[in-house]
Write a protein that binds this ligand. Sequence first.
Ligand code: ASP
Length: 347
Amino acid sequence: MIDRRRFLFLSALTVPLLSSRRSAAQKTDRVSTVKSKFPVVVSTWDSGIRANAAAWNVLGKKGRALDAVEQAARSAEDEISCCVGLGAYPDRDGFVTLDASIMDEFANCGSVAFVRHIKNPISVARKLMETTPHVFLAGDGAEQFAIQNGFERIPEKLSPEAQKAYKEWLKKSQYKSVINIENSKKRSEVITPYRFDDGSPNHDTMGTIALDAKGNLSGACTTSGMAFKIHGRVGDSPIIGSGLFVDNEIGAATSSGVGEEVIRICGTHTVIESMRHGMTPENACREAVERIVKRDPEKAKTLQVGFIAIGKNGKVGAYSVQKGFTYAVTNDEFPEGKVYEAESRFE
Ligand code: ASP
């Protein structure tokens, strides 16, 4: 049995944070700033384009950003992917445990963590936010709250993809010393064996931030966390100020990557505070990345974290520790959505 310190170290080095479905031939612009009018919605990773489509159904009709980001997260939770929803990869004991958070333009927020058996934890987080004085529920209590509020309890059953990946992982039951550098030469090493039958890698936490037609911001973040994590491990995604933060006067930000690193610097809160002090969304995301790198430059070379942010004027920014962090932007100019690759600290 490895101890916690060693696990956290190893998991930072090794968890298969895989980039989502995009053919190698597809060219993605390498851009960290996208100017946009609002409404606009931005999500992490290539798969964000599908989440954005769900959000755009709301935003395109002048709907509220909060409804849009909830729909984005739900659509990701309804898909089968390695890192979001009940179809995702389990923890090292074989259980799928989910984390989610949501935040609106009034700084109302709700989070759930370490939840099992619930298909749409993002909606449980919203229910908690809107119907109780509380912000955060975890574990059995969160599941109980969900069921009391009419959410269906889905019996434990790994998706075929997760079952396969888990069986593969169990052969060694160890954290491989490969890292999440999606587009590096080591890419094939990194994604093996954590990819789907069609060969496409798939991951990740779905973080979505939106600015609606009224100029209001909201965000949502949903994940199963790191694959094959210690049972009970919770990352940055459900922690307000780490994986998600919204300040309706300034902007909204969300993150993906090694959650422990994001928590240590209160990542998305840091991004928004930098924007408050005048930085562009891109520079604010860069600043947060620099803090991660500065804390432990050697370790930073071996891990991935990416941030995305939207300013109050619709300007979008992104930046990551390693090359390969993509994000999807959907607005009136690109109602079908467009995927960009963020600039990064290391190539
Ligand atoms: N940030 C997530 C976590 O640490 C993982 C991810 O982004 O895939 O739980």
